[in-house]
Design a protein around this ligand. Structure first.
Ligand SMILES: [Zn+2]
Length: 637
């Protein structure tokens, strides 16, 4: 650990709209009421999310009967229930997204919608607190009869998270009361003398810890500890994907790396960080941090995406990161942000903010269409062919090549993206014992108090990530020195910082500006935004000998809309720096390769070569102008 946890224990706090509220840690998270994104790259996406995506999610969930499953008309579930076992969780995640959105920006209509959905959900709750629309009623399977695939505790976990989001962004505890009864039921059923079992899909763990944080109810934390202790004993049934799929192959404390189904492993890791922080178990915290660090070092794509096996949506072995088979599910990216954020709050290590930024610009921003109503589920880094899109074949969309899809039968990613975007401002900055830290650069207004109670305000304005200049003006300050820390991304060698025009020393992973700030002080951070070549570890065989191009936090790609440029034969001259005159280009050549009867010989084929400047675009922009071929990793000449 970089530093001891220094912020004193805090009491349960339902104000301010923070997604994660640890009782100790190096950093104190700021809430929606303290940080507002006001313009630029993310404000535009937040506006679209709050308007189009939330409506879109509701329309589809109504149309498919997922919300209706909670109502008396279909018997609160019963045999007429529609959708997969986890569809309840999508309604909960949508409510969580709506809650952060109403916390971000008051919206009486959306607020009423949450109230309506809450009443619907409450009406489906059994007398003993159990709540799931697919199990336990006449004509349905028995409760907890299929822990591997039933997703009952998974859905409960999302309900708990949604209820905490609602409570932290409003004075309304109706959903929190439903969640408490669910959690009480789970504690009865799975407590020390109850079922000795875990759910096939982790998620209840972070949900229980957050509900503990919101209510102070110790038994919820104890139950999370029990679930974490029970995982890894292979109590779930044997399965063709192996126990690693469920993270049930080895105990959490013995694992060295994340493995198996990526979203499952990452949700579990988030819950384990929460648990370790609340129980003061620094050994457990170091264990899960080491697992995540090793996963970053060996099992993560350049985009920050995780999961390279389509078959089981899973992590593969170390360095098995094929570009054209990148699964990199949107939800895995968001779950990795959850883990990174929790680790950064606990340890203060700024490098986790680099990880968050990488995922935001290259997975989250890629996942959603400009209309806020279309989505990628998976994120390939190499699209070879133009995906033929058959009418009505919605599932075929959204995996690359063709348009983003309006919906999926498994539509986990949509509401996940919505809750991430609605709560995004809370990831911009945090407070520590010395002052404030800025982690993400965006147009944002910050108004908060320091650890000693002094009020401080900042106005940040920037064209980032298109431009590297970030201007920060102090808008509120009280006498006495404090430290403003600005993250220096790992790629930003040569960054400069001035305060009121005076250059400041810059080194390490953040610029530390300690002074008696006054209203009107101006800080300017200049990050170098020249496009740069990036080379992979040679153990990533699939892209050995290739380069990628990055510009600031943004991964670029070569894209051929309609397949007009032959990306199969493209090679680039890595000895000539990428040019950045009105758009990034690299020197490269394409080759008209002859057809052969057998694709192997003592020498490669030689065809007509054409030297050209190849334009690159941000990876998050790909496939927005129609079906295209695309590659991030470019072979060199
Ligand atoms: Zn998903």
């Amino acid at each position: 650990m970089e530093a001891e946890m220094t912020v004193a224990a805090r009491t349960a706090d339902l104000t301010g709209g923070r997604p994660v509220v640890p009782s100790r840690g190096v950093l104190r998270p700021l809430g929606l009421s303290e940080v507002r994104i006001t313009g630029g790259f993310w404000a535009q996406r937040q506006a679209t999310n709050g308007r189009a995506t939330l409506d879109h999610g509701r329309e589809w969930m109504d149309k498919l009967g997922w919300t209706g499953n909670f109502t008396a008309e279909v018997g609160h579930g019963s045999a007429e229930r529609r959708g997969r076992e986890f569809s309840d969780s999508e309604v909960y995640k949508l409510i969580e997204a709506m809650s952060w959105e109403t916390g971000r920006q008051a919206d009486p209509a959306r607020d009423a919608e949450i109230t309506e959905l809450t009443a619907m959900i409450a009406s489906a709750q059994a007398d003993d607190g159990y709540l799931h629309t697919a199990f336990g009623r006449s004509g349905q399977r028995a409760r907890y009869g299929d822990l591997a695939w039933g997703h009952e505790l998974y859905c409960a976990g999302h309900l708990l998270q949604a209820s905490v989001a609602r409570a932290r962004t409003s004075g309304d505890d109706a959903l929190l009361n439903v969640a408490r009864r669910v959690a009480d039921h789970v504690c009865e059923e799975f407590g020390p003398t109850g079922r000795d079992a875990v759910c096939g899909h982790p998620e209840i763990e972070p949900g229980l810890v957050e509900l503990f944080r919101a209510t102070g109810e110790q038994r919820y934390l104890d139950q999370a500890a029990l679930f974490v202790a029970r995982r890894g004993r292979r109590t779930l049934p044997r399965h063709e994907f192996g126990w690693a799929y469920f993270s049930d192959d080895i105990p959490v404390r013995e694992a060295k790396v994340l493995r198996g189904h990526a979203v499952r492993a990452l949700y579990l890791a988030a819950g384990v960080v929460d648990l370790a922080v609340e129980t003061g178990d620094d050994e457990l915290l170091e264990t899960v941090a080491a697992q995540f660090d090793r996963t970053l070092a060996r099992r993560t794509y350049l985009t920050g995406g995780m999961g390279s096996r389509h078959l089981d949506e899973a992590f593969s072995d170390d360095f098995v990161l094929p570009a054209d088979r990148a699964y990199s599910e949107t939800c895995a990216g968001i779950a990795a942000i959850m883990v990174a954020w929790r680790l950064m709050l606990a340890t203060g290590q700024e490098r986790y903010a680099d990880v968050i930024e990488r995922i935001l610009y290259n997975v989250v921003a890629t996942a959603i269409g400009d209309d806020g109503r279309s989505f990628f589920y998976a994120h390939t880094l190499h699209q070879r062919s133009l995906t033929p899109v058959l009418p009505g074949d919605v599932e075929q969309l959204g995996f690359g090549g063709g348009p983003r899809a309006p919906w999926f039968e498994v539509s986990c990613c949509l509401a996940n993206t919505a809750r991430m975007l609605a709560s995004l401002s809370t990831y911009v900055a945090s407070a520590d014992d010395d002052g404030l830290r800025v982690h993400q650069y965006a147009d944002a207004d910050i108004d908060t108090t320091l650890a000693d109670g002094r009020r401080v305000g900042l106005r940040m304005r920037t064209g980032y990530p298109d431009e590297g200049t970030v201007g920060i003006e102090v808008t509120a300050a009280e006498p006495g020195p404090w430290t403003l820390a600005l993250r220096l991304p790992s790629w930003a060698a040569g960054a400069t910082v001035t305060v009121n025009g005076q250059p400041q020393p810059v080194s390490g992973d953040r610029a530390l500006l300690r002074r008696d700030f006054a209203v009107g002080d101006r800080i300017v951070l200049a990050l170098p935004m020249r496009p740069r070549f990036t080379r992979p570890d040679p153990r990533i065989d699939a892209v050995r000998g290739c380069v990628a191009v990055e510009q600031g936090p943004v991964v670029l790609c070569a894209e051929s809309v309609g397949g007009a440029l032959d990306l199969d034969s493209l090679r680039v001259d890595a000895g000539t720096d990428p040019a950045a005159d009105g758009g990034v280009t690299v020197r490269g050549l394409t080759e008209e390769l002859p057809e052969r009867q057998w694709p192997y010989a003592d020498a490669g084929p030689v065809g007509q070569r054409t030297t050209r400047d190849v334009p690159l675009v941000p990876y998050h922009r790909w496939a927005r102008s129609g079906p295209s071929t695309m590659r991030v990793w470019l072979p060199t000449t």
